[in-house]
Design a protein around this ligand. Sequence first.
Ligand SMILES: NC(=O)c1ccc[n+]([C@@H]2O[C@H](COP(=O)([O-])OP(=O)(O)OC[C@H]3O[C@@H](n4cnc5c(N)ncnc54)[C@H](O)[C@@H]3O)[C@@H](O)[C@H]2O)c1
Length: 210
Amino acid sequence: MDRELDLCRRRAAELGAVAVAVELSDPSSTRSAMESAIGSLGGVDVLVNNAGILRMAPLLDITVDDWDDTFDINVRAMLLTMQVAATAMIEQGTGGSVVNMASMGGKVGSPQQAHYAASKAAVIGLTRVAAMELGEHGIRVNCICPGYVLTEMGAATRTPEQVAEWSALSPLGRCAEPNDVAAMAVFLASDDASYCTGEAMNVTGGMVMH
Ligand SMILES: NC(=O)c1ccc[n+]([C@@H]2O[C@H](COP(=O)([O-])OP(=O)(O)OC[C@H]3O[C@@H](n4cnc5c(N)ncnc54)[C@H](O)[C@@H]3O)[C@@H](O)[C@H]2O)c1
């Protein structure tokens, strides 16, 4: 599910998966896309909430619209997708796993990212309470806190000097690749993580160790 349907369709074709259009800032689109995806797949065992937005602005310049958009997409949509998926998982009686994308920003923050950092701290809190409430149904809920990942997010403003500076913050001397984060999501989704729930797992190359 993504609002970029063409991209989503291409990826789905590569994977033999189903592509569904969603606008996560719209609650009714979010709920109906989830129901459509679950219907097409014949059930749901794993939900990965990966989509998110980052808008940079100094604290004193953050607008109410930027704050609301960030929370609507990064946090509220996650509540809605979890409500639909967990309801289906409970009806199935099979348990399940939810993986939410938080960020290192949700633990330590960064200048010009107050709205983003607050939204990702909210993801960590939402994940913990969801884990507490859904555990009795065999549903595990965890989140991932990536560091700097070289994706489209922030690419427009990212300079080679910044990449070098961020890389030096990691004991491993590099930024993350998308696969570093995907591997953690696969682990948390799988039975290998059967006793992990409510966790906020760092994938920061050692930039954050708590
Ligand atoms: N890139 C990083 O350095 C980094 C670091 C920490 C956490 N994260 C988190 O990882 C996740 C993935 O980020 P990314 O780096 O791949 O970003 P990205 O911008 O490359 O991809 C984000 C995806 O979310 C989708 N999306 C955004 N708003 C949407 C909406 N309203 N409705 C439907 N889909 C929407 C976009 O179409 C896009 O496919 C995000 O939650 C982000 O906050 C990224």
